[in-house]
Design a protein around this ligand. Structure first.
Ligand SMILES: Nc1ncnc2c1ncn2[C@@H]1O[C@H](COP(=O)(O)OP(=O)(O)OP(=O)(O)O)[C@@H](O)[C@H]1O
Length: 350
C-alpha cells in the first residue's frame, strides 16, 4: 500500500512530510532527537499530532488541524505493524503463539493462525523454535520471531524502529539479509542510524535534523553525495556498482574490485562494493607488489575533514593525512591512484 504522511507535533518542533510508494522501503536517518521516533509514533497512531494528514492507500488514519474534520484510527485498526529494537514477545506464550496472535485476534481459527505463524517462522529461519518460550531463545532468534509476528499480521505498512540496534553485531548481517528478502515487496518505513541498513534495505532515504527533512532521495545518492552534515559524517561511503564475476566486482568501465561479500552473491548478480574513505590510500603511480585494488582517478576537490584531508573525485573519496597530501603534492585535476585493500571492501547484493 502507498503511505502519505504530513504531520506536525508543535511541542517537539517536529514537522515532517513523507511519501512511500507501494512496495517501497524508505529509510529515515537522523541524529538523536531529530524526530524519528516521533514520526513513527504518529504513523502508528500512538501520538496525536497538532496538524496532520496521514493516509494508507488513500484511507485517512490521522487527520487534524484547523478546518479539518478530525480522524484518529486507533493503532490496532491501522493495518500497520511496528517492529521495535526489542522483540517484545509475550513471555507466557510459545514463539508460535506469539506469531499466531495477530491473525488469531483478527478472527482466524486457531489452526489457521498457527499455520500462518509456521509459514512466517520458516520464512525468517526459526521454525524449529516454534514450541519454545521467548526466554528460551537468543536475542537474535527472538527478533526474528518478532519479524515473523509483524509479517503474520499482513500489514499494509511496516514500521521498523532500529531493528538491529539491540543485537550482537555478529548476528546483524544475517538478520539484515533476512529482512532484505522478506521486505522486498512491502511498503516499509525504516528508522536507522546505520548507513548499511539504509544501503541494503532502502530504496530511498530521508534525513531528519531538528525535526525537519533536510535531505531526501535515492539511497545511493544520499549516502554517496550527502547534502546534510549528519549524513556526511554517517555515510560519505564509497560505492562502486557492478556485477559479481569470478569472485570480484566488475564495473561497466571494466574495472575489477576484490572485496568481501556479505552473503553469497552469484555470478552475474548486481552488486555494490562499499568502502569508507579512510580505507583508501592515494599514490601518484600504481604501487607494485601484492595485487590490490587500484582505481585511476582525477581529484576534483581537496577539503579538510575531521583532521584529515578528504580527496574527492566525481564519485569517490579518500581521507589521507595532511602530511601525505603535502608529500603527494596533490592538486585537483592531476591524475592519481586510489588503492584499497580487498579486506576493507564489503560487497552487497543490490
Ligand atoms: N515524550 C516526549 N515528550 C516531549 N518531548 C519529547 C518526547 N520524546 C521526544 N521528545 C522531543 O522531541 C524531539 C524529537 O525526539 P525523537 O525522540 O522523535 O527523536 P529521535 O530522532 O527518535 O531520537 P533518537 O535517535 O534519540 O531516538 C526531541 O527534541 C525530543 O527531546
Amino acid at each position: 500500500m502507498s503511505f502519505r504522511y504530513d504531520a506536525a507535533v508543535a511541542a517537539r518542533d517536529v514537522d515532517v512530510a513523507l511519501e512511500i510508494e507501494r512496495g517501497e522501503t524508505l529509510a529515515l536517518l537522523g541524529p538523536n532527537g531529530a524526530g524519528k521516533s516521533t514520526v513513527l509514533a504518529v504513523a502508528a497512531g500512538l501520538l496525536r499530532p497538532d496538524s496532520a494528514r496521514v493516509e494508507l492507500d488513500g484511507r485517512p488514519l490521522t487527520v487534524s488541524g484547523a478546518g479539518r474534520r478530525a480522524v484518529h484510527v486507533p493503532p490496532h485498526d491501522r493495518q500497520i505493524a511496528l517492529l521495535s529494537q526489542e522483540p517484545l514477545l509475550f513471555p507466557h506464550l510459545s514463539v508460535l503463539d506469539n506469531v499466531a496472535f495477530g491473525p488469531r485476534s483478527r478472527g482466524a481459527s486457531r489452526a489457521a493462525a498457527r499455520a500462518t505463524a509456521r509459514h512466517w517462522l520458516a520464512e525468517v529461519g526459526v521454525e524449529e523454535l516454534a514450541d519454545r518460550r521467548p526466554a528460551q531463545v537468543s536475542g537474535g532468534q527472538a527478533q526474528r520471531a518478532a519479524v515473523a509476528r509483524a509479517l503474520a499480521a499482513d500489514p499494509g505498512l511496516l514500521l521498523l524502529d532500529e531493528p538491529m540496534a539491540a543485537l550482537d553485531v555478529a548476528v546483524t548481517p544475517d538478520l539484515r539479509r533476512t529482512l532484505r528478502r522478506v521486505l522486498a515487496d512491502r511498503t516499509v518505513l525504516l528508522v536507522t542510524h546505520d548507513a548499511l541498513d539504509a544501503l541494503v534495505l532502502a530504496d530511498r532515504v530521508a534525513v531528519l535534523e531538528g525535526g525537519r527533512v533536510v535531505d531526501h532521495g535515492e539511497t545511493a545518492r544520499v549516502l554517496s553525495q550527502p547534502r546534510s552534515r549528519f549524513t556526511a559524517q554517517l555515510a560519505g561511503l564509497n560505492m562502486v556498482t557492478g556485477t559479481w564475476q569470478d569472485g570480484a566486482v566488475r564495473t561497466a568501465s571494466g574495472l575489477r574490485l576484490e572485496g568481501m561479500p556479505d552473503g553469497d552473491p552469484q555470478p552475474g548478480d548486481a552488486v555494490v562494493a562499499v568502502f569508507p574513505p579512510r580505507a583508501v590510500s592515494v599514490f601518484r603511480e600504481p604501487p607494485g607488489g601484492s595485487p590490490r585494488n587500484v582505481l585511476r582517478v582525477t581529484p576534483t576537490q581537496l577539503e579538510p575533514h575531521a583532521g584529515q584531508v578528504r580527496v574527492r573525485t566525481a564519485e569517490l573519496s579518500a581521507d589521507i593525512t595532511p602530511q601525505a597530501a603535502a608529500e603527494l603534492d596533490l592538486a585537483p585535476g592531476a591524475r592519481v591512484c586510489f588503492v584499497v585493500k580487498a579486506a576493507e571492501i564489503t560487497v552487497y547484493a543490490v
